[in-house]
Design a binder for this molecule. Structure first.
Ligand code: ADP
Ligand code: MG
Length: 387
């Protein structure tokens, strides 16, 4: 099954690997157990961990006492205290917080709490694409092509929205994602597709030169497999680098395997710098010719020979879908996801959610970014849970 090969290779990517809970207790990178108070939130589950940040599920309460679940991306301590990194991150995150699109994870706030920078976002209940493909492999579930096209259509629409975004004076914002990869494509149990992790990759990329990766703390680890050649060579990038990265997503989802398979980060980096792209494997599928034409444009080595805008890329994907009567149905996708992965994922989540009750709710009107929470942690109970 070619799909299995794709996800099998994807499993090697460490980007969102989470530590296993010890005795059922989940701890943050500093070793503090969940649930824990953090500004206006009770953080109760760890849903992602990368080189820059941890992503938690947080519960907060509206002014009328209504509980609200938010995904809180909290920068690791050493990065929060790095002034240059912090400034860059805040500048980028502010830009991206202005994006409003159904296929982009909505940023609801930016803050600094107890000295830690955090980005608060809508929570997308589902899986990231990397995780989804890995689970398909493990359970030998073929990943239908119609869902691949659905994901590509929606994600390219989101990318086009971000690339053409302008400020209130009509000037282009110049947003470049810089880190398009399967871990940054979220799919929800409602069949939605949303891009996340927008724009902040610049802070990481500027902070670390690609050729210094061996000495780096790991911010760029596992991120080379979707880099354009110019980005892998640490040259200046623009929106066309995103078009190339997106082309790799297209190639992999349609080929059913990974494009660059380096034995380690440096090998993968070299492959990305050379950018030798094999043709899409032929399996007699009716859309293969048009898909190859699209890939030739998206994955051209020279940015000047690529699609010049992500609208053109999106139009190309849409034309394949329409031209070959491919059914892209979020309803079917939602059913597929819930049938195969809903139960296991949601059971764990609901269990963790119960942990929120161990902590006194934040008082109404508690401000964001203050020095320590009003109300405070019910330490006796949270200790009980930690032991
Ligand atoms: N808003 C969200 N809703 C659900 N899951 C999320 C959300 N944001 C991030 N995640 C999960 O956390 C992982 C890491 O988040 P991301 O913002 O990509 O951080 P990083 O910069 O470490 O890659 C994602 O790959 C995804 O699995
Ligand atoms: Mg990410």
């Amino acid at each position: 099954m070619p799909e299995a090969d794709l996800a099998g290779a994807a499993a090697a990517e460490p980007a969102s690997a989470l530590p296993a809970p010890l005795n059922g207790v989940v701890r943050d990178a500093d070793g503090v157990p969940l649930p824990q108070r953090f500004g206006p939130y009770v953080l109760y589950d760890l849903i992602g961990r990368g080189g820059m940040a941890e992503i938690f599920l947080g519960r907060t309460f509206t002014a009328l006492g209504q509980p609200r679940t938010v995904a809180v991306k909290r920068m690791l301590a050493h990065l929060s205290s790095d002034e240059r990194f912090g400034r860059m991150l805040v500048a980028e995150a502010k830009l991206c917080a202005t994006l409003r699109h159904a296929n982009i994870v909505q940023v609801v706030g930016l803050g600094r709490t107890d000295g830690r920078l955090h980005i608060d976002m809508e929570y997308v209940e589902g899986l990231d694409l990397h995780d989804l493909l890995r689970r398909c492999t493990r359970r030998k579930i073929p990943f239908p092509t119609e869902f691949a096209f659905l994901i590509l259509e929606e994600a390219s629409r989101a990318l086009a929205h971000a690339h053409r975004a302008r400020d209130e004076n009509g000037r282009p914002l110049g947003i470049v994602h810089r880190d398009l990869s399967p871990t940054n494509v979220l799919v929800s149990f409602e069949g939605e597709v949303k891009l996340c992790d927008f724009g902040i990759a610049r802070a990481a990329a500027d902070g670390v030169r690609a050729d210094e990766v061996a000495r780096d703390a790991g911010m760029l680890r596992g991120k080379f497999a979707y880099m354009s050649p110019e980005q892998a060579r640490a040259e200046e990038v623009d929106a066309r680098a995103d078009i190339f990265a997106f082309g790799i997503l297209v190639w992999e989802l349609l080929a059913g395997r990974r494009l660059y398979k380096g034995g380690n980060d440096m090998d993968t980096l070299r492959l990305a710098q050379q950018a030798e792209i094999p043709p899409l494997p032929r399996r007699g599928r009716p859309w293969e010719d048009t898909a190859q034409t699209l890939l030739d444009r998206a994955l051209a080595f020279e940015p000047a020979r690529r699609f010049q805008t992500s609208e053109e890329l999106h139009d190309g994907i849409r034309d394949i879908i329409l031209g070959h009567d491919i059914i892209v149905s979020p309803v079917r996708f939602a059913e597929f996801l819930r049938e195969h992965f809903g139960g296991e994922t949601l059971a764990v989540r609901r269990e963790r959610e119960r942990g929120v009750d161990l902590i006194a709710p934040p008082r109404l009107g508690a401000g964001r970014g203050g020095d320590g929470p009003p109300g405070g942690i019910d330490r006796r109970k949270s200790q009980d849970r930690a032991e």
